[in-house]
Design a binder for this molecule. Structure first.
Ligand code: 5RP
Length: 225
């Protein structure tokens, strides 16, 4: 199976968990894209759901498919969210934020009862940290914030967009990508990063995923729960 088919396979499995009447969180990225497409198809066939998106891009996609969109003024809890990840361990610890949407993704995840992550087997790792940790920081003083992140033991860079300018998130912040190497103590690192003034949130998603659906190149699927 090619990369797109793997994303489709994991996404198709995830949407089987979506039931009538649910409030559903919509992830961001090329895997979550397929989950939104399949939900659009189900909505067209009568599925009654309302959704909260984790990025402007996913919200636009959902609206283009006539998926009803709501917001946090109307919603106390999200029943289920489907999102991708950049890395996951077998016990469902994640790195997210490759698509620069980590802050909204974490806010949605933190309000979600059943949080489903969809990945292909290449994202499955025994130890987090090969993928640099995306960290959302406020623009003011970001150079200083970046140096403080580096002082925790990382090599860090502010993320640029395709035109070579600093990438600005949906929340008007910047992303610092921090390479800590393989991480031995994710809980301590998560806490230390978030204690730096100027950091808004980091891409370690710990003890959040209820289920990780992994699609393998041989066409099989594994559910990590
Ligand atoms: C966006 C994310 C994405 O879920 C993550 O980057 C995976 O994306 P893709 O499915 O395109 O590989 O965290 O901020």
């Amino acid at each position: 199976m090619d990369a797109i088919q793997l994303k489709q396979k994991a996404a198709a499995k995830a949407v089987t968990y979506v039931k009538n009447g649910m409030t559903v969180g919509l992830g961001t990225g090329s895997t979550a894209y397929w989950a939104i497409q399949f939900l659009g198809e189900k909505v067209r066939n009568g599925l009654d759901i309302q959704c909260i998106a984790t990025s402007k891009q996913s919200e636009e996609l959902a609206r283009s498919l006539n998926i009803p969109i709501t917001n946090f003024s109307n919603v106390i809890k999200i029943d289920l969210t489907i999102d991708g990840a950049d890395e996951t361990t077998p016990n469902r610890q994640l790195i997210k934020g490759g698509g620069a949407a980590l802050l909204r993704e974490k806010i949605v995840a933190a309000t979600t009862e059943f949080y489903i992550i969809i990945v292909d087997e290449q994202k499955l790792v025994n130890q987090l940290g090969k993928f640099k940790i995306p960290i959302e920081v406020v623009p003011f003083g970001y150079e200083s914030t970046l140096r403080k992140i580096e002082s925790l033991g990382a090599q860090a860079k502010v993320r640029l967009n395709n035109e070579g300018s600093i990438l600005v998130t949906d929340n008007h912040n910047y992303i610092v990508d921090a390479d800590f190497g393989l991480i031995d103590d994710v809980d301590t690192l998560h806490k230390n990063i978030n204690e730096i003034v100027g950091v808004v949130e980091n891409g370690l998603f710990l003890n959040m995923a209820s289920l990780v659906i992994v699609a393998y190149a041989d066409g099989t699927i594994k559910e990590l729960k």
